[in-house]
Design a binder for this molecule. Structure first.
Ligand code: PGA
Length: 255
């Protein structure tokens, strides 16, 4: 499998000054690391400032969202082509967008198609909520989200999938390695194999996300089906984010 991947999703946090400082600190500690790919996803208005800070490093930039159209009368939106001028990655279908901004699988599908068309690497987020988990529907829900989000996408170039159970996001209660193994190693891999064939599917990096910390990351990335992590809260603390990246690199390179 290719280089592991650790993505920091800063969400709607920090000031311009804090974003610059965080980017500077991360690029000082991780900027030359080749064993693990690092992506940071700051809020839109800070993308350029962060890009400047990480310019000379190997760290890559991602956006947290995009609109699938190239341009138009869509006040407040940021188009895929605008994002593609600045970023290499874009997070699509994060559960907070599905939950608070009514993003459906159809919308997610348009964003993925557009990201691939304009050469961005989409990070597709999927995951069940608590009642779906309690009803034993996690695997079905995740498989359905993937199928619907990738509908009509023949060639998933640059695609990454992040399994983020909603009940684990920002709660301090991560999933267990058993759950991650079952959903990612089972449902997600099976769905991708069905859609793209085993050979193509195994090139799609799979991340775990949901209350990942420096303390618990090892148990997740030690799983064969996990290629890295999508980190929210802990990505705002440069020391901890660096620990997460370095642990991932150590575990994955000793595989
Ligand atoms: P968290 O967020 O690490 O704070 O749980 C993860 C995410 O939402 O991507």
């Amino acid at each position: 499998m290719s280089t592991p991947l650790v993505v920091g999703n800063w969400k709607m946090n920090g000031s311009l000054h804090e974003a610059r400082t965080l980017a500077k600190e991360i690029s000082e500690t991780l900027g030359n690391t080749k064993e693990v790919k690092i992506v940071v996803c700051p809020p839109y208005p800070y993308l350029l400032a962060v890009k400047n800070e990480i310019e000379k490093s190997l760290i890559r930039l991602g956006a947290q969202n995009c609109h699938w159209e190239e341009k138009g009368a869509l006040t407040g939106e940021v188009s895929i082509t605008m994002v593609s001028e600045i970023c290499e990655y874009v997070i699509v279908g994060h559960s907070e967008r599905r939950q608070f901004f009514s993003e459906t699988d159809e919308i997610v599908n348009q964003k993925i198609a557009s990201a691939i068309k304009f050469g961005l690497s989409p990070i597709l987020c999927v995951g069940e909520n608590l009642s779906q988990r309690e009803n034993g529907e996690a695997s079905t829900v995740v498989s359905r989200q993937i199928q619907a989000s990738l509908e009509g996408i023949q060639s998933p170039d640059g695609l990454t999938i992040a399994y983020e159970p909603i009940w684990a996001i920002g709660t301090g209660v991560p999933a267990t390695p058993e759950i991650v193994s079952e959903v990612m190693g089972g449902s997600i891999i099976n769905t991708l194999n069905r859609l793209y064939g085993e050979q193509r599917a195994e090139q799609i990096p799979l991340l775990y996300g949901g209350s990942v910390t420096g303390e618990n990351v090892e148990a997740f990335v030690a799983l064969d089906c996990v290629n890295g992590a999508l980190v929210g809260g802990a990505s705002l603390r440069s020391n901890e984010f660096s620990d997460i990246a370095l642990i991932t690199s150590r575990v994955k390179t000793s595989d």
